[in-house]
Design a protein around this ligand. Sequence first.
Ligand SMILES: [Zn+2]
Length: 159
Amino acid sequence: MPKLTAAAPPARGPAAGGRLLLPVMDEPAPTSSSLALLALRCPRCHEGHLFLHPATNLTGFTDMPAYCPVCGQSFEPEPGFYFGAMYISFGFAVGVFFAVGVALYFLAGDPDTWVYVVGVSLVTLVCTPLVFRYSRALMLYLFGGTGYDPEWARRVRRE
Ligand SMILES: [Zn+2]
């Protein structure tokens, strides 16, 4: 079971000067929700990263912060929220099966069945971190109950 870190929402209060502590951004936030989804950013601010580690980190690619480190948006709106991401993941897996099957058929000249099995298995295994992360991100963007709010940063910084 992937773990959500039990970190509190971003600090606010006297120590933070009453402001939300905003980390230094490594790149500008995409204004398009599609681009923010592709970049695996928070659906509300498009700045905070949805995952703590890169997809190549085989032991940590599933770890998400409980809240957006930038705007405090919850990344798990309700318990068990990401069970629905399994259906999205299944859709991605069918796409991978189909793409690899068609590619082998046309590029390798309809090889033996074992080649299909090995090819599909290898590509599915390699794509697992991406499928997992984009399934969760899609679930959060589609059913998380929040949308892009470009004004949030200005409001928070004025407080
Ligand atoms: Zn955010």
